[in-house]
Design a protein around this ligand. Structure first.
Ligand SMILES: [Zn+2]
Length: 86
């Protein structure tokens, strides 16, 4: 008696992958804030008036404050630097 080979299973139909919906591109979509989120540090509310705690840049005008360093103040926007009087 010879063993009959088992019947080959019917080939399953290749699964058709449903096309993914819109592929999400992986990109850096971080927007740089125009104004530093630290601006609240530069103002102080006095009653109904604002007091500026830091010096503003004379070149860039209002809204641009000078960064305080040990011996100088500098503007990160235009590079204006003024040295502190000691
Ligand atoms: Zn400036």
């Amino acid at each position: 008696m010879s063993k009959a080979p088992p019947p080959a299973p019917a080939p399953a139909p290749a699964p058709t992958e449903a096309p993914a919906a819109a592929p999400v591109p992986k990109g850096k979509k971080k927007r740089k804030p125009k104004v530093s989120p630290q601006v609240y540090k530069f103002y102080k509310v006095k009653g109904d008036a604002l007091e500026r705690l830091k010096k503003e840049c004379p070149r860039c005008g209002k809204g641009r404050f000078l960064a305080e360093h040990k011996n100088r103040l500098s503007c990160g926007n235009c590079g204006y630097t003024t040295f502190k009087k000691s």
